[in-house]
Design a protein around this ligand. Structure first.
Ligand code: ATP
Ligand code: MG
Length: 542
């Protein structure tokens, strides 16, 4: 049979047929559900794509059919695979066609009885329709789509509703559009900031750019943000959004009281943790934290720490000169760290809509960790005491701050704590990394809205089990999509189903551009490619 003939339901049918509905009469059909290898079932369906029609990986399509009660429904399916079947081009036929000197001709798709394309995907939701074809409500899939049912494009509002997107930017974060459906704004509810966000992906795929888009959206909703900026990428955007850039050591410092004893010992170069000297410094610091900071909310600095060391040395029987003196000396050396000093007035500066960007360009990893840990602790204490509004704390290179190591760093512990109970303290985290495999698993698991950009296969492996509905086939497809396209995943309250999103354009300036090294070399006297023969000739003095 060359052209598939479909038998229309007899006009006198007493009950509407299960396949197809009357509201779809004029709708262009994309494909038809086929019965192949266990499909259709309640998880997956395969469908033949009609000649001349097309779909893409990651896209949502709908199957028009009915509940057994007769209610018209569209089952929403996310396409994750497409293939073509053409037996004229199997290896043998293709070889024969090349070696036998006869022209091979066969009817193309649409005319041929054996050539077809198919797609397959996962059942996501069941949309119940009103008699006029508009959306009544969305429920979980409970009706088996039958083979032969029509596969159709899904109206934008169905997609937005199925994904739990906000109805307007008034309550949503306007991040871009659903890939392949430019009419559907990718607008997760703004509440997602309370359950933390995570951006992962390979080099230059658009993570920082997207973080900037999120910054714009959060600023528009009045949410204060503190960003630790290892590369200075958010400096311009912060200016554009009316925030402040602060450089540690220059009008920005952290008090010693923002650090735990372990941070303080980490900050003293070469100190041996097993010595009495370290024990004495740690003990004195803990004492001050309890007496001043936790009890009274007061800060302290290096001088107070030194005084406290002298005071408590006798309690530990460590007053001998060979312990006390080096301990005092070591503690005094903390005064040389340029970003330890008077506390930053967070309470005054964290106003609605404000971004405070901590420009950490040029800082070494241990310094970055110390800054991150102390900012996080400071914020945590103020948030617990309800002295600041809800605030988002964000960081790039998160694998450095909360690495996946058997021995916990202080920063990992702080991040875990904020990730775990930040929602109650009113702190939201946004962490970005190129290397999720190197990041602490328990932090990773608690960042509930995720933006996954094209990523190396070994890094993807590390994200397995972290996704709400593992769209691995779609993530593997990402490198083929443009920069700035990512998979957005979440849990049912945030982003109900993983979706491919094209991140929107920035309204603020994009910082941290890759330096143009060739322009620099041109300025230094090497304007363009030279001939290698000339170089060699020059060298040999010809
Ligand atoms: N959504 C987008 N729209 C337009 N251009 C984009 C988009 N996303 C990224 N780009 C472009 O790609 C460049 C690289 O993006 P970005 O710096 O965000 O990558 P990254 O993932 O943070 O990389 P790295 O891992 O090196 O930090 C940007 O400077 C920008 O020019
Ligand atoms: Mg980046």
């Amino acid at each position: 049979m060359d052209t598939a003939t479909r038998t229309p339901p007899p006009p006198e049918a007493p009950q509407a047929p299960l396949v197809g509905t009357e509201v779809d009469a004029d709708e262009p059909v994309l494909g038809r559900v086929i019965c192949e290898a266990g499909s259709p079932n309640m998880e997956r369906v395969q469908f033949r794509i009609l000649p001349g029609r097309h779909t893409t990986v990651g896209r949502m399509v709908g199957i028009r059919h009915r509940r057994p009660t007769g209610e018209p429904i569209i089952t929403l399916v996310r396409v994750d695979q497409m293939r073509e079947f053409n037996p004229h081009e199997d290896a043998e036929s293709s070889t024969v066609a090349d070696v036998i000197p006869f022209e091979t001709r066969y009817a193309k798709e649409g005319k041929s009885t054996v050539i077809y394309r198919s797609g397959e995907g996962e059942l996501l939701e069941e949309a119940l329709l009103n008699p006029d074809g508009t959306l009544a409500r969305i429920e979980s899939p409970e009706t088996l789509p039958l083979s032969g049912s029509d596969v159709v494009d899904v109206p934008p509002e169905f997609v937005a509703e199925a994904l739990n997107f906000a109805p307007s930017p008034d309550t949503g974060l306007d991040l871009g559009t659903v890939h392949g459906l430019p009419g559907v704004r990718a607008m997760p509810n703004r509440n997602i900031v309370q359950t933390h966000m995570f951006l992962a992906g390979g080099i230059g795929r658009g993570k920082s750019f997207a973080r900037g888009v999120i910054a714009e959206e959060l600023a528009a909703h009045g949410i204060p943000q503190i960003n630790i900026d290892p590369m200075g990428e958010m400096v311009e955007a912060t200016e554009d959004l009316g925030g402040i850039n602060v450089v540690p050591g220059q009008k920005f410092a952290l008090p010693l009281s923002a650090l735990e004893a372990d941070d303080v010992l980490d900050a003293i170069p070469g100190i041996n943790r097993s010595t009495n000297i370290a024990t004495l410094i740690g003990y004195a610091h803990n004492g001050l934290l309890h007496l001043k900071t936790l009890a009274k909310g007061e800060h302290f600095g290096v001088q107070e720490l030194v005084a406290r060391i002298k005071e408590v040395a006798p309690d530990l029987e460590m007053q001998k000169a060979n312990t006390l003196m080096p301990a005092v000396q070591r503690a005094t050396s903390l005064g040389h760290i340029d970003f330890i000093g008077d506390p930053f007035p967070w309470e005054k500066e964290l106003r609605p809509g404000r971004i405070i960007n901590i420009d950490c360009r040029g800082r070494l990893v241990p310094e970055l960790r110390l800054i991150a840990a102390s900012v996080a602790r400071d914020i945590q204490r103020l948030a617990k005491a309800r002295k600041i509004p809800f605030v988002v704390l964000s960081m790039d290179e998160a694998h450095l701050i909360a690495p996946n190591k058997p021995e916990d760093l202080v920063t990992t512990q702080v991040m875990r704590e904020i990730a775990r109970i930040g929602r109650h303290y009113r702190i939201g985290l946004i962490l970005t990394t190129q290397s999720p495999a190197d990041m602490d698993r328990s932090v990773l698991k608690r960042l509930l809205t995720r933006f996954i950009f094209a990523i190396e296969p070994d890094q993807l492996e590390s994200l397995r089990g972290v996704f709400a509905d593992a769209p691995e086939a779609i993530i593997r497809h990402l490198p083929k999509l443009p920069i700035g396209t990512c998979v957005l995943t979440g849990v049912s309250e945030t982003v109900k189903h993983a979706t491919v999103v094209d991140i929107r354009e920035r309204k603020t300036r994009v910082g941290g551009k890759t330096p143009d090294i060739f322009a620099d070399l041109a300025e230094r006297g090497w304007p363009s490619r030279k001939s290698i023969d000339d170089l060699v000739a020059q060298r040999s003095g010809k």
